[in-house]
Design a protein around this ligand. Structure first.
Ligand code: NAI
Ligand code: MG
Length: 350
């Protein structure tokens, strides 16, 4: 097997964590006879200093022929505002129709939970966030700006096509897991958009008889229940905004930002999908060599799942879990290992 992979290290701790994921990728490739034909793109703040823009004008064309994109992190808020530095990522997600954002929340064995009395047995669910429309569409305006009469309007857009495809994706995901799906909305208070979500769920659920437990939950109850009964969730599907909120909570339940992987998937495979840690460029610890590379390594595992190399991805997850169980930890988890030593610990287990 051979794959063309785009490596996009980005800014801050991005290059450090991606370097470790890259080592793991090549090692697993040797072990499992997978060839990774990688191209590294030096885009981000360094590129901006040299060329006055964050990415070249044809960056989407350069990425388009790849099988997948593995990203470190981007952003350097002291120099450029976030809505500028993150714009290329948003453009990749939208242009490549990466409409499903998948974020597992799974606490590894050997780690303490932030929830008293909970262990790895209780926290293993996946949040699927609609990634292409909803509340984050650029749709609105400000009128009489700065005056006492100022009005701001921002309108979410939910399309039947967009909602149906994310719900079907979530149903298919639940088929591969424990067959339990929870749809999170706020249809008691937002009677147009989210009642349409309810209607579409009712229309399609009969197509998935093997997903035995299908339920609806309002977003306010969902945040409470994530904390109260995390063990009752398997696959959770939500709109762009609610998925955003739920995945930060999921991230901390899964052990923190240093561990949380994520991906933006184009399920039709018409375009490459993008795999990245949930965390950002962490300027507060950048350059110190202490960032936890596990979130990026687990994002690599998700990439291998997507490329249908499940024995490779499983071996990475097992190696990560074994390394953590061994007590190998970076400072964010209370340990003392550097980013590179943490990479060594995972490689040793592989
Ligand atoms: P952040 O995720 O970069 O950092 C939040 C906190 O978590 C910091 O204290 C940081 O040190 C810690 N942290 C994050 N990743 C860690 C790791 N791997 N190991 C150990 N500790 C880790 O979020 P923040 O500070 O709000 O944003 C920094 C920049 O990153 C901003 O420019 C933001 O826009 C950008 N960002 C980029 C994302 C991306 O590239 N996909 C996602 C989120 C934020
Ligand atoms: Mg977020």
């Amino acid at each position: 097997m051979k794959f063309k992979i785009a490596l996009y290290p980005g800014d801050g701790i991005g290059p450090d964590v991606l370097a470790q994921a890259e080592r793991v990728m090549y090692r697993v490739g040797e072990l499992q006879d997978i060839t990774f034909d990688c191209t590294t793109f030096d885009w981000g703040m360094d590129y901006w200093h040299k060329h006055g823009q964050l990415v070249p004008t044809d960056f989407l064309a350069q990425l388009k022929g790849m099988d997948a994109i593995l990203l470190g992190a981007v952003g350097w808020p002291d120099i450029l505002p976030d809505h500028e530095t993150l714009a290329p990522l948003v453009e990749i997600r939208q242009s490549f129709d990466q409409y499903a954002c998948v974020r597992p929340a799974r606490l590894c064995r050997g780690l303490d939970s932030v929830l008293t009395g909970r262990s790895h047995k209780d926290i293993d669910f996946v949040v699927i966030r609609e990634n292409s429309e909803g509340e984050y569409i650029d749709n609105g305006g400000r009128f009489k700006q700065g005056s006492d009469d100022e009005v701001a309007v921002q309108t979410a857009v939910h399309t039947r096509k967009g909602v149906e495809r994310i719900l079907r994706y979530a149903f298919e995901f639940a088929q591969q897991r424990r067959g339990r799906l929870t749809m999170v909305t706020k249809s008691n208070a937002m009677k147009y958009s989210y009642v349409m979500w309810d209607d579409i769920l009712a229309d399609i659920r009969g197509d998935y008889p093997d997903v035995k437990e299908v339920s609806k939950m309002h977003c306010d109850a969902a945040v409470m229940n994530f904390v109260r009964h995390p063990d009752e969730f398997d696959v959770v599907v939500a709109s762009n905004l609610f998925g955003d909120l739920l995945t930060d909570l999921g991230g901390i339940l899964g052990g923190g930002l240093g561990l949380a992987p994520s991906c933006n998937v184009n399920p039709t495979n018409e375009f490459p999908s993008m795999f990245e840690p949930v965390h950002g460029s962490a300027p507060d610890i950048a350059g110190q060599g202490i960032a936890n590379p596990i979130a990026c390594v687990l994002s690599l595992a998700m990439m291998l799942d997507h490329l249908q190399c499940s024995s490779a991805s499983e071996s990475i997850r097992q190696a990560v879990e074994a390394a953590l169980l061994n007590g190998s930890k970076t400072p964010d988890l209370g340990g003392e290992l550097t980013t590179e030593k943490m990479g060594d610990a995972v490689l040793a287990q592989l």
